[in-house]
Design a protein around this ligand. Structure first.
Ligand code: ADE
Length: 252
């Protein structure tokens, strides 16, 4: 899998891509990340990449020509590449988006800076992605999030023992609580059921804790999760017990 990054700050990627699981995947060539400075495609002695907004207003806008030339240069060598613009206005990055992108062989991630990019850049991209409802100083950290979330789904990136199949979200639910040694820490014990060796009971406990956590923290996820009749009954029980039914919106 190849990622091409178009950015004004390629150095922001160097250290994060050297470390840990993604670092190893790069080293082994399971993923390749190419960095291109947008400034290399800017013209003139000063290689200017931004300008004032037409109509007035605060901040600078990234000029369209250097970004579009950069995209075209990569695309001329790799016509199949899928171009993604990182922007808070984009499609929210969810696990199913990461799963879809893990099947794409070549992704170009375009990182905007300043107050945004010239609207005409949107005409040449295939997709826009946001990593959440907050504004970053630029698309670079967001691009790193995409690389991480997508790469770990590519076969060979995670070892078998770190399989992504039981992740939070992979089944539409948050993950159940996990424990390791010691059995007791500062008076807090590992739930007895996990020490029982009874795999069926452990599975049932985990499923229920997953549902409990999702009901409590992210009830919005339940609408899309695949729930059995038993799961549904357990959720109804939880809702009845907490008395949260009917409470909608932010507390004032
Ligand atoms: N650039 C600035 N903020 C962003 C966000 N939330 N997601 C993606 N790109 C961004």
């Amino acid at each position: 899998m190849i990622f091409d990054i178009l950015t004004l700050f390629p150095e922001m990627f160097l250290s994060p891509l050297k470390e840990s699981i993604i670092g190893k995947a790069c080293e082994e060539g399971v993923i390749t990340v190419n960095l291109t400075n947008i400034r290399d495609y800017a013209e003139g002695r000063h290689r200017v990449t931004d300008d004032y907004p037409y109509g007035g207003g605060k901040g600078m806008i990234m000029k369209p020509e250097p970004i579009i030339r950069g995209i075209k240069a990569i695309r001329s060598r790799h016509p199949e590449a899928w171009v993604i613009l990182m922007t808070p206005q984009g499609n929210p990055l969810r696990q199913e988006v990461a799963k879809r992108l893990a099947h794409v062989s070549h992704i170009i991630l375009v990182c905007g800076r300043y107050e945004g990019v010239d609207e005409r850049v949107r005409d040449v991209v295939d997709e826009e992605i946001s990593i959440g409802d907050y504004v970053l100083t630029g698309g670079e950290p967001a691009a790193l999030v995409v690389i991480d979330a997508v790469s770990r789904l590519i076969p060979g990136v995670l070892g078998d023992k770190d399989s992504s199949e039981e992740d939070s979200f992979s089944q539409g639910l948050l993950e159940y609580p996990q424990y390791t040694r010691p059995r007791e820490f500062e008076g807090r014990k590992v739930p007895e059921v996990l020490l029982s060796g009874d795999h069926q009971t452990i599975e049932q406990w985990r499923r229920r804790e997953s549902l409990r956590r999702t009901c409590e923290r992210r009830p919005d996820l339940l609408t899309d999760a695949e729930l059995s009749k038993e799961d549904q009954a357990f959720c109804d029980e939880l809702k009845g017990a907490s008395g949260t039914r009917g409470k909608i919106g932010r507390p004032r």
